[in-house]
Design a protein around this ligand. Structure first.
Ligand code: TPP
Ligand code: SF4
Ligand code: MG
Length: 294
C-alpha cells in the first residue's frame, strides 16, 4: 500500500470540534461520515463521540444528529429508521455511533434486541477500551492487565468478545477496523452501507489520556495493535462466514504494550500471559475462518 488515503471528502465533518488534539476517533469519524454521505441521520450515545459532535446549532456534523441515552442508543436508531420509513425515506442511512461502554455494557440489551430483530441500521462502536469521556474508568472492553481509573493495578478479567456475541445473533455484517488503515475502514463502511439489516463495525481508538499516549501516537498505536494481533481485523457475514486479515507486518505484543502507560506496571510474566491470550484468540479466529462455509 502506498499510504494514500483514497476516499471522497464532502466536508460532512467540520473542523473546530472538541476532540483531544491528535485523537484518532475524529479522523475515523471524518472517513465514516464522508463515506456514508449526506443522506444519513446520526444517532449518538453519550460518549466522546457525543462531545465531538456537539449540540445544535454548533454541531461538527453536517447531517442531522439525534443525541440519545446511553442504554437506548440502538433502540433509538431503530426508532429513527422506522420513522423515516413511515415518511417514505427508505434510502436514508441510519448511523448509530456509540462507545465501548455504551456497546459492551450499558446499551447491550437494546443492541441485542435490535440485532435479533435485524433492524436496518449501521452501528459503529468506537472502542477506546474504557469509559473515557467520564475520566477513564474500565469497561468490559478493557483488556486484562490495563490500568484504568477504576482498576489502578490492572484489570483482572479479559476483554469481552463482542464480535462473537454479535455473530451469535447472525446479523448480516460485523467488522473490526483501525484508524491505521483508513482505506480498509472506508471499504468496510461502503460494504456495510450497501447491505440491509443490522450491521456493526468496531473501530479501535487508542485514547491519548486513557491509555497514556503522546498526542501524535494514536494512529501508530492502532497500527501496533493490528500488527501484534491484539486487535485482529476481521469480517463476519451472516454470523458464520469469517474473513481474517493477516497483517502484512507482524510485531511482538510487548512492542504494543510498552508503548502505553496503562501497561507500565506489568512484569515479564504478566506480559507473557497477555501474549498467550492474544495467541489463543488468533488461533480461534483462524479456525473459524478455516471452517467457514463456502
Ligand atoms: C445510564 C448512564 N450511566 C452513566 C452515564 C454517564 N456516562 C456518560 S458517557 C459515559 C462513558 C461512556 O463510555 P463509552 O461508551 O466507552 O464512551 P467514551 O466516553 O469512552 O467514548 C458515562 C458513564 C450515562 N450517561 N448514562
Ligand atoms: S478522551 Fe480519548 S477517545 Fe476521547 S476525545 Fe480524547 S483522545 Fe479521543
Ligand atoms: Mg469508551
Amino acid at each position: 500500500m502506498d499510504g494514500k488515503i483514497d476516499y471522497r471528502d464532502d466536508g460532512l465533518f467540520c473542523s473546530g470540534h472538541v476532540a483531544c488534539g491528535g485523537c484518532a476517533e475524529a479522523l475515523s469519524l471524518r472517513v465514516i461520515l464522508n463515506t456514508m454521505g449526506p443522506d444519513t441521520v446520526a444517532v449518538v450515545s453519550p460518549s466522546c463521540t457525543a462531545v465531538i459532535c456537539g449540540g445544535h446549532p454548533m454541531s461538527s456534523l453536517k447531517i442531522p444528529v439525534f443525541h440519545t441515552t446511553i442504554e437506548s442508543a440502538a433502540a433509538s436508531a431503530a426508532g429513527v429508521r422506522r420513522a423515516l420509513r413511515a415518511r417514505g425515506k427508505v434510502d436514508t442511512n441510519v448511523l448509530c455511533l456509540a462507545g465501548d461502554g455504551g456497546t459492551y455494557d450499558i446499551g447491550i440489551q437494546a443492541l441485542s434486541s435490535v440485532a435479533e430483530r435485524n433492524e436496518d441500521i449501521l452501528y459503529i462502536c468506537f472502542d477506546n477500551e474504557g469509559y473515557m469521556n467520564t475520566g477513564g474508568q474500565k469497561s468490559s472492553s478493557t483488556p486484562r492487565g490495563a490500568a484504568t481509573g477504576s482498576t489502578p493495578d490492572g484489570k483482572r478479567t479479559r476483554k469481552k468478545n463482542m464480535i462473537e456475541i454479535m455473530a451469535a445473533h447472525r446479523i448480516p455484517y460485523i467488522a473490526t477496523a483501525s484508524p491505521s488503515d483508513l482505506n480498509d475502514l472506508a471499504a468496510k463502511v461502503e460494504k456495510a452501507k450497501a447491505m440491509r439489516g443490522t450491521r456493526m463495525i468496531i473501530v479501535l481508538i487508542p485514547c491519548l489520556p486513557g491509555w497514556g499516549l503522546a498526542e501524535d501516537s494514536s494512529v501508530q498505536t492502532a497500527r501496533l495493535a493490528v500488527q501484534s494481533r491484539a486487535f485482529p481485523l476481521v469480517e463476519i457475514t451472516d454470523g458464520v462466514h469469517y474473513r481474517l486479515q493477516t497483517p502484512e507486518l507482524c510485531s511482538p505484543l510487548a512492542d504494543y504494550l510498552t508503548s502505553q502507560k496503562r501497561y507500565r506496571h506489568l512484569d515479564a510474566a504478566e506480559m507473557a500471559r497477555l501474549q498467550a491470550d492474544v495467541d489463543t484468540d488468533w488461533s480461534m479466529l483462524q479456525q473459524r475462518a478455516q471452517i467457514s462455509p463456502a
